[in-house]
Design a binder for this molecule. Sequence first.
Ligand code: AP5
Ligand code: MG
Length: 217
Amino acid sequence: MKLILLGPPGAGKGTQAKRLMEAYGIPQLSTGDMLRAVSKSGSGLGNEIAEIMKTGALISDDIIIKMIAERLDDADCQNGFILDGFPRTEAQAAGLDRMLADKGMALDAVIELSVDVNALVERITGRYTCAKCGAGYHDAFQKPKIEGVCDACGGTEFTRRADDNEATVRDRMRVYEEQTKPIIPHYEQQNMLKRVSGMADIDVVTASIKTILDAVH
Ligand code: AP5
Ligand code: MG
């Protein structure tokens, strides 16, 4: 199963990718998570990336395309993968077409999670993750079963992203409208695009995506 999850910040790409990863036994390739890992490294490039991400702007296409091309060569990607947050520009979509053709791979589906813009700020400003295992939570919509304790690993420390404040979220949404939305017709023309409402309960969204994927694969 090879798929792209598309959608604005807070649409639920990461939340759904983690569930699909377990259901289909394929990795989640989140360019945001990869970049956050590089930015934590403290290297010169890492610091530059961290500064750009704080503003909500995009990292250069060359870096991103190279990062994904290398990752797709890994053994765990040969049976499938979930692209979360990539491609995000027309150049990245063209880059992905090229790298898939080179590797003899083809996409099964592109899922666009559509959401009400007003819900996104609330979703993002309430989001936090376990510092130990990265499991995602939300102050109102996805609390751990025991307050302050991660359901997945028992960790008790949590972190919030540096770009998860209202001002940056609004910039990220603008960037999505201007640079990412224009790639949607590319996948519509390939008859690849499926729209799923990301406004339903998390379990309902997962079930809708699985129904689509089971029909195309
Ligand atoms: P990235 O990490 O990809 O962030 P994003 O696209 O802004 O998306 P988010 O991770 O914020 O949202 P999500 O859709 O994953 O939502 P989630 O599932 O967490 O990118 C960050 C930055 O990295 C970019 O700004 C850019 O600088 C750089 N970057 C990354 N990729 C790049 C690329 N390809 N090119 C260039 N630069 C790149 O859900 C959000 C919250 O809502 C959670 O708390 C969750 O619990 C809750 N929630 C989810 N679903 C539901 C639901 N159905 N109902 C109620 N609550 C829900
Ligand atoms: Mg995410």
